[in-house]
Write a protein of this length. Structure first.
Length: 456
């Protein structure tokens, strides 16, 4: 029995499946990593095109970031969060400066451990300000799986087994133009979906707005400008440019979830910068530490989070601003300051997207490709080029993990992430340090998988 099979038997006996996404069949084990690659026990390289859902955006074993973490381990590896340390303060300063450049607003940063916990903190800040417990969110949106975050995450299956959710969000159709919920064409619809949202405020009988009291029943709208788990769905220009001022006019806070798209994934520091959004709160995580140590956080405008309105003890987590996380985060921010990711991510993303379009032109079962920076998407369909094809998507995913693809005489595997409303797409989030040669390799491996799985 191989080591992987032995581990698989032990997992069946000792591990909860509830904390694991068991997409791979059989489950896949890795033993090493570097750059854009994971390695199995045979030292076979697997090109990773999802990089831990963007958590390892700057490459596995990034030397500069690893050294910063090692230094922190040797100096101040642990500290209760009731005390302060330099890295926390300086990391908050760096993020606030970046936010001021993006929005012109002053604010403060609040840390936590994971993305869902930071979403919970955002909900607390909204409730503290508005005294309202109802929120808007998007269909297709994903904000985490804690109880509070599940209320504003669109998938019912994350809530189903945990009883009634009285604060479940009012879910609004996202401008998913390829599969428009209103069956409109984007070049002629005039952002019809945004008009439909505005229509909810025309009369009290649409249940969200009191025209006499000039007040909405909802405290905030939680937004992923580019949907992550929903399949990297990218909105059309003009949608958020209309929605955001409408929300402000009606006193509804804008909370932007940048957990997957922040830190130059899209070629800008924050993805909301592409769409003219002026957020009240921004939630971030994942790539902040390149996955080296869990830390997340949020930025909120000064009036929402200053100590007079959100005093010490308003919310707390033992590991919230842990020293290893803040040190890694500060190293990421300083590395970003030394490199021109705005230029390189835009260039690499354009190159990758063009290669995906060429791939689509050769395979009619690729229904849609799109991307902003290095946040790219590919939908697999039936032979008609539109009907979702989850079976083919699952087949490519599992075949890529066998590690027996061959490129220039060498064996490779391919790591992909299944996403989308119909689980028929791949969300591509390669390392921001990926080379053009590695992009070419990825396209070749994808094409091999399409041939192997008998796509037409």
């Amino acid at each position: 029995m191989t080591r992987d099979l032995e581990l698989a038997e032990k997992e069946k006996k000792y591990c909860s499946y509830g904390d694991t996404v068991h997409y791979a069949d059989p489950p896949k084990y890795f033993t090493n990593c570097e750059g854009s690659y994971l390695y199995d026990e045979n030292n076979t390289p697997y090109l990773d095109l999802q990089m831990w859902y963007s958590a390892a955006s700057f490459g596995y074993k990034n030397k500069e970031l690893n050294e910063a973490l090692k230094h922190q381990i040797d100096t101040l590896p642990q500290l209760a969060c009731q005390y302060l340390h330099r890295e926390k303060v300086e990391l908050a300063e760096e993020i606030c400066k970046e936010m001021e450049k993006s929005t012109g607003e002053k604010g403060r940063v609040h840390f936590n451990v994971g993305g869902a916990q930071a979403i919970e903190d955002a909900l607390k800040i909204v409730r503290n300000k508005t005294k309202k417990n109802l929120m808007f969110a998007f269909m297709g949106g994903y904000h985490g799986r804690t109880l509070g975050a599940s209320e504003i995450t669109s998938s019912y299956r994350y809530r189903r087994r945990f009883g009634h959710f009285s604060n479940r969000a009012e879910f609004i159709p996202f401008p998913y133009c390829y599969r428009c919920p209103y069956e409109k064409k984007p070049d002629a619809c005039g952002t019809f979906c945004e008009q439909q949202f505005e229509k909810l405020f025309e009369t009290e009988y649409y249940s969200v707005w009191d025209p006499k009291g000039k007040e909405a029943e909802y405290g905030a709208f939680f937004i992923e400008p580019i949907q992550g788990t929903g399949g990297y769905v990218i909105p059309p220009k003009g949608y958020f440019e209309k929605l955001d001022p409408f929300l402000k006019k009606h006193g509804i806070l804008t909370v932007v979830d940048e957990i997957q798209m922040g830190f130059y994934r899209t070629g800008k520091f924050w993805s909301f910068e592409h769409f003219g959004i002026k957020p009240d709160i921004v939630v971030f995580g994942k790539a902040l530490t390149n996955g080296l140590n869990p830390i997340s956080g949020l930025w909120a405008r000064e009036e929402l989070i200053n100590p007079q309105v959100f005093p010490p003890g308003s919310t707390h987590s033992t590991f919230s601003s842990n020293t290893l996380g803040t040190a890694a985060g500060l190293a990421v921010m300083r590395m970003i300051g030394k490199k021109d990711y705005a230029k390189t991510v835009k260039e690499k993303g354009a190159y990758f997207l063009e290669k995906l379009k060429q791939l689509k032109s050769r395979w009619n079962m690729i229904g849609d490709v799109d991307g902003v920076g290095l946040a790219l998407r590919l939908e697999l369909c039936q032979a008609d080029g539109f009907t979702p094809n989850r079976q083919l998507t699952d087949a490519l995913f599992n075949e890529g993990l066998k590690g027996d693809l061959v490129h220039h005489g060498k064996k490779y595997g391919l790591v992909l992430d299944v996403g989308g409303y119909y689980k028929n797409g791949f969300t591509l989030a390669p390392s921001l340090e990926i080379t053009k040669a590695e992009i070419d390799l990825g396209i070749d491996l994808l094409e091999q998988l399409l041939k192997r799985c008998k796509a037409s």
